[in-house]
Design a protein around this ligand. Structure first.
Ligand code: ZN
Length: 238
């Protein structure tokens, strides 16, 4: 019988844009702070947004601080264990599966969790996209799933403009995200879309959650959604 791997207890909050993933981490951290539970939170440096855990719609004052690292390997877990912080929180988890050139890091999750487990890290809470806008599942999410992490799947409300760009949005359950080009007034085409495009990295890009129907349909339609998340994106870059 295979020996059970000594890896931390991992919980991953996954789902499309605007599903409340970061919100879950934010609440969790609020709980840790209230109960004096030691933890350390990290974000990957290729997410260009601020070094805080700040769900959409929440003010900067209410955001939680977090450290920014280039990779999971840069997190000094031995030091964390020494100072009694056995809980690690990771935002933008899907991006931790890539290096700074945006190439996938093979076995990023497995190698990290094995090391962290040996060192004594007890639990990890992560939030990130499960499916890229290309339709591919992020490799690090696949790894976490395969290696027994508890996956909490969240859904959003489809933001596809069913009745013109100023009309109401579809609002069916959304499990996928799309990236729209505002200049081209249409979604990025899957064959040309890399799996990793940091949100806010390009002012031309808007991310929207979409239902199954509109995830497929959108690629053959020319619809502008430039009002969606524009405020968010300019706030991130300012
Ligand atoms: Zn829809």
């Amino acid at each position: 019988m295979a020996e059970r791997l000594n890896i931390p207890k991992v919980t991953v909050y996954a789902g499309p844009m605007a599903a409340g993933k970061t919100n879950r981490l934010h609440s969790l951290i609020g709980g840790f702070q209230a109960t004096h539970h030691p933890y350390e939170a990290f974000k990957p440096s290729h997410d260009i947004r601020d070094s805080v855990i700040q769900p959409r719609g929440l003010s900067e004052n209410d955001a939680h601080e977090c450290a920014v690292v280039r990779s999971l390997a840069e997190i000094d877990a031995a030091r964390l264990v020494r100072i009694g912080r056995l809980t690690i929180v990771l935002d933008e988890f899907h991006m931790f599966g890539y290096n700074e050139k945006h190439d996938p890091i093979p076995d990023a999750y497995f190698n990290t969790m094995l090391q962290w487990g040996r060192l004594g890290i007890a639990e990890v809470y992560a939030a990130g996209l499960d499916i890229a806008a290309s339709g591919n599942t992020f490799p690090i999410f696949n790894e976490a799933h395969r290696l027994g992490a508890e996956i909490v799947m969240l859904t959003a409300s489809c933001a596809f403009p069913v009745n013109g760009e100023k009309g109401p949005t579809c609002r069916q359950v959304a499990r996928n995200s799309q990236i729209w080009s505002q200049k081209q007034r249409m979604p990025y085409r899957p064959p040309s879309l890399p799996d990793l495009l940091p949100e806010g990295g390009d002012l031309d890009m808007s991310y929207i959650p979409v239902c199954d129907k509109h995830n497929v349909e959108a690629y053959s339609k020319e619809v502008s959604v430039d009002y969606i998340y524009r405020a968010d994106i300019s706030a991130q870059v300012a």
